[in-house]
Design a protein. Structure first.
Lengths: 363, 363
């Protein structure tokens, strides 16, 4: 076992704002694990919308219209966000690495194991209590550094041939997507419409809904259709067809779908809702095109629709995900790898959304 | 058994429009029951929003802002409404009466029994199929007449001391309300906020949520608080408190509620949604203050909310309702009784919403 240094390299967020709020440090203190925690030497860490949203203060009520996250001024944080964020903060929720030390209450057999992390930090005496859930890399330091600590119940040992960077693409996006599909109760043979299909959660939705035997219909820009096709959706359509009913009918033989899994929101929201069958389900875990939408309550109630928001998922979702990875039921979509010190460039590329799948940084 | 005449008195709706679309007839043909139907001599029939909405074409997409239902011009019907409405049509969904004849497939023991009607006309070979459900008094003739026919599986024999007019207050409002509470899964000890608490569905929600052991918080105009108090909600607040969080805290000791059961919609919608706990449920079966609302998708997804629309309810809901009535677990709230030929006046009073409970007409 290699000796653990006292300091490390880390990308530190110093406050809400632009990319200039990230500071690079080469002598940041290495954290020490609490009795229930493990210390992980980070091998790779995936980027997520949460990094951008936390930095820009998206979770504050004042942000009325979404952009991809630049340049907000006055921000009151924590409106939706539990205990709120304090600075300095090391972000990064999607860690792959090796356990190098454990706290007093943790089985030492974990040392040396390659693990990925579940981003929902729970009160493990009350693990289903969503009010108490905190987010790794937002409400506690995460993986944009050489080392990080996390509760041992938040790591999953993964035994497979994938690379560290490939493994760092999964956790946040795929637990988010699986949580959405679980909440909407997606089953075999159902038609599931997926927005933002080329993104991290979108590509996860395609694979995980397909794994359930659903008929997946992916919405993505034509420039990305070739890449999205590799995820094997049943159908691919333009990102926002002007006549969605006709586009769906042409692809599937039906005007309507059983489920909409949406991470885009914005002006297309009403069109999506209109294409649900009676009793259909809409599920959301994001609104990259804008959170404020117009809802016609008649569409909701006269069609007996359900709408589900999904943020804090149940603990079994992460354990299920690890088993899907080990059985090869889903495959990683690694868009690009950057060195950790180039996080600003990596996040700029992430925000531009020209990639398919997930972007990862390596310390 | 009295002989059944060939003609009857009936209030006939001749098209979409204002109250002048109702025509009074004294020689309208008495309907004959199909093999699976019963013929009911109507003793009383309750009024409902559906009567108004069908008359004015509320179920057409062009109606962007709700009023209480007067004066729409160009209307394309049937946008949400299944097979649509044809004219002439006898409305009235909430019948209490006696079975006076039965079709060939129906047990003659039903003759002479006092019954109430379930307004959802189902395909009884596929009774859970909501796409096939039609509405009594909208997509088939109803009870604003001396006689009406309905499938024998749509009547419930009620054995109790209530008057005919009192029994005609229940079915539509209470199956709607029980369907909402069932869909939201309301349970003992939960805080349930009820809008429009003095109306038919609102007063039903108070009684039925209370029956489940929930802590009911009723929103109603101060002028109606005394009447609403007779329904025994745990708390009564102003119909739209400017600071709802403070009003809730003052009443219950908590800022937030587990469930919002809303039949009002309109500008107060966002305020209601903001007061749900994480994982809370919003359920709607109407939007009398306006169907087009602004939704912040962050409130939905970051708080893990559920939103349920409820229109077509499952068949057991009506059977459950009959048992609650027979056991005296709920009581009627009869606001006023009018003769059938005064339906226009009755509906004018209904639209003015100065009453508490339900208005009934008697042929």
């Amino acid at each position: 076992m290699t000796e653990i240094p006292k300091t490390m390299r880390a990308m530190v967020l110093t406050g809400h704002g632009g990319l200039d709020k990230y500071e690079w440090h080469e002598d940041w203190p290495v954290p020490e694990p609490d009795p229930d925690q493990v210390l992980i030497r980070v091998a790779a860490c995936g980027l997520n919308n949460t990094d951008v949203n936390t930095r820009t203060g998206w979770y504050a009520r004042e942000v009325r219209e979404a952009t991809s996250g630049e340049g907000y001024g006055e921000i009151e944080s924590g409106t939706w966000g539990g205990s709120g964020i304090s600075f300095p903060r090391i972000q990064g929720a999607d860690v792959c690495g090796r356990v190098v030390a454990v706290g007093a209450n943790v089985d030492p057999a974990l040392i040396g194991k390659r693990v990925i992390t579940d981003n929902w930090l729970r009160d493990w005496s009350d693990p289903l209590n969503r009010e108490k859930a905190r987010y790794f890399g937002s409400e506690a330091d995460g993986g944009f550094a050489e080392y990080t600590v996390i509760d041992h119940r938040n790591v999953g040992v993964v035994d497979c041939d994938l690379s560290d960077a490939e493994l760092a693409t999964f956790s946040c996006s795929y637990t988010t997507a699986e949580g959405m599909l679980s909440r909407a109760g997606v089953g075999r043979g159902e038609r599931v419409l997926i927005t933002g299909a080329s993104g991290g959660v979108g590509s996860a939705l395609i694979q995980l809904a397909g794994r359930r035997g659903a008929i997946t219909i992916a919405l993505a820009s034509p420039a990305k259709h070739a890449q999205v096709a590799e995820l094997k959706p049943a159908h691919i359509l333009d990102r926002a067809p002007a006549d969605l009913a006709a586009a769906l009918h042409g692809a599937t033989g039906h005007d309507r779908v059983d489920v909409v899994a949406d991470i885009v929101g914005g002006p297309y929201f009403a069109t999506l809702l209109d294409q649900l069958v009676r009793g259909g389900r809409y599920v959301t875990s994001g609104a990259i095109a804008g959170p404020i939408v117009e809802l016609d309550l008649r569409t909701l109630y006269l069609n007996d629709l359900q709408m589900h928001g999904s943020t804090v998922v149940e603990p079994h979702i992460f354990r299920d995900l690890v088993s899907y990875i080990e059985r090869g039921e889903i495959r990683p979509v690694l868009a690009a790898t950057y060195p950790l010190e180039k996080l600003r460039e990596a996040q700029t590329a992430f925000i531009e959304k020209k990639h398919t799948g997930n972007i990862v940084v390596v310390p």
